[in-house]
Design a protein around this ligand. Structure first.
Ligand code: IMP
Length: 429
């Protein structure tokens, strides 16, 4: 049995998409277990770039892909992606792409609420992606959500929309001073989505269990990153789901014994989109250089990502929360050519060195990063395929990450292409 969870260790955008794509080759099944179209990764089909927000990239390699019960799904976006993939000759038939009956459905009012609330917050906004993610999870928690199984039953769907719409419109109009929505429009629009998507419905827990019995290899694909986790992240500047490895079990209907490994994706530096504290953030020309060279723009919103040095206080937090069996270092090539590199080893808080991320945002905002400085390398490392061939300074940087986190590095990404990868140990073996 070999079932691996992939999670981001920082604030998302660690380059999970490329690594999932790389490892999907060794898997039989790829499952997403949380989040929705707030995530995004770039796929390349026949030389053409395509950003997927919901469908796992394993679909390109003909793997069975599942959207887990822990996800929130915007059916319009999903159908658009399926159409684009079909146009490019990719099989997204119900044999290949399956949707958990228990996944929650993003409704038009979720998106309207997300945007109107952010607007109302002014400079206190979270910087959400505006895709309705939070309001959809909110309805899930208050037991008024609409699940995929409800969407595909016309009578249940109508009943559920009619039961909730008055309250949503009241809130939109009277509190948020925003537009309202006609329930008949929703029912018309969504009944078309229901017809199209119904054949993809699956009991994901049963499907996973059957796969495991057949000794299928499963890749559980996390979205966002550990520090955007609703419980463990920099709350409230977080997303609305659990992004840590443990949620692969909840979000895909498997027990913990079925997971055999956890791969933590670590970008060689730190980035974050949206608001919230970021102790190792760079506000100088080095930050700008990293942002430009790393093309650090959000795949979903196109926003410029904030950039900073690698922060191992965050990484050790991610290690505690996810128990990774290995790390993948991504975008290492971006750091080449800088005069020096820094790694944040601790924070200084009220005159003391601390080694944890404080729960209080006020305290976290006061934390000053304590750095070790390293010489960088000037060589272009993007063509290197063997660890031994990396410049000594690059190896020193990687070795220090392993020492500071006590996690072995299994893969190193030195460029966006699938082949631009150094494999030290395949997590699937
Ligand atoms: P939401 O998930 O749209 O509610 O946004 C909440 C916070 O999570 C915002 O700061 C977003 O920028 C951030 N976020 C959501 N999805 C991603 C992602 O895939 N990568 C990085 N940040 C994300």
């Amino acid at each position: 049995m070999s079932n691996i969870v992939i999670i981001g260790t920082q604030w998302g955008d660690e380059g999970k998409g490329k690594i999932v794509d790389h490892l999907a080759e060794f898997a039989d099944i790829v499952v997403r277990f949380q989040g929705g179209n707030n995530a995004g990764h770039t796929m390349v089909i026949k030389g053409k770039q395509f950003i997927s927000h919901l469908v796992p990239s394993g679909i390109l390699q003909g793997k069975k892909c599942y959207l887990g019960n822990g996800m929130v799904i915007d059916p319009d976006v999903l159908i658009e992606e399926m159409d684009e993939l079909t146009k490019n000759g990719i099989d997204v038939s119900p044999e290949k792409l399956k949707i958990s009956e228990k996944a929650h459905i993003i409704m038009p009012y979720h998106k309207m609420l997300d945007k109107a609330r952010e607007e109302m917050k002014g400079d206190k906004k979270i910087g959400t992606t505006g895709r309705g993610i939070g309001p959809c999870y909110e309805d899930k928690a208050t037991r008024r959500g609409i699940r995929f199984v409800d969407l595909i039953d016309p009578n249940v769907f109508k009943e559920k929309v009619n039961a909730i719409i008055e309250e949503k419109n009241f809130y939109l109009k009277d509190f948020l001073k925003s537009e309202t929505i006609n329930p008949m429009h929703i029912i018309d629009e969504y009944s078309n989505y229901a017809k199209r998507l119904a054949p993809h419905a699956v009991n994901i827990s049963v499907a996973m269990s059957q796969g495991i019995k057949k000794n299928n290899k499963i890749l559980f694909e996390g979205a966002q990153g550990t520090h955007l986790d609703i419980d463990h992240g920099t709350y409230p500047y977080v997303t609305s789901s659990n992004t840590v490895a443990g949620n692969a079990c909840n979000g895909a209907g498997v027990g913990p014994k079925d997971i055999t490994g956890v791969v933590g994706i670590v970008k060689a530096y730190t980035t974050r989109v949206g608001a919230g504290p970021f102790p190792a953030e760079l506000f100088d020309e080095i930050g700008d250089r990293i942002q430009e060279k790393g093309a650090e723009f959000g795949a979903t919103t196109g926003r410029r990502r904030r950039c900073g040095w690698l922060d191992t206080v965050l990484l050790r937090n991610a290690v505690r929360l996810n128990s990774p069996t290995g790390f993948v270092i991504t975008k290492l090539d971006v750091l080449g050519g800088l005069e020096f590199l820094k790694i944040c080893t601790h924070y200084e808080f009220q005159g003391k060195q601390i080694d944890e991320v404080p729960a209080s945002l006020k305290a976290l905002a006061e934390c000053k990063p304590v750095y070790e400085t390293f010489p960088s390398w000037s060589e272009d490392i993007s063509h290197i395929r063997k660890y031994e061939d990396l410049p000594q300074n690059t190896k020193n940087y990687l070795k220090r990450i392993e020492e500071l986190t006590d996690v072995p590095i299994q893969l190193i990404s030195v460029g966006p292409g699938r082949e631009e990868t150094i494999v030290i140990e395949n997590p699937f073996q």
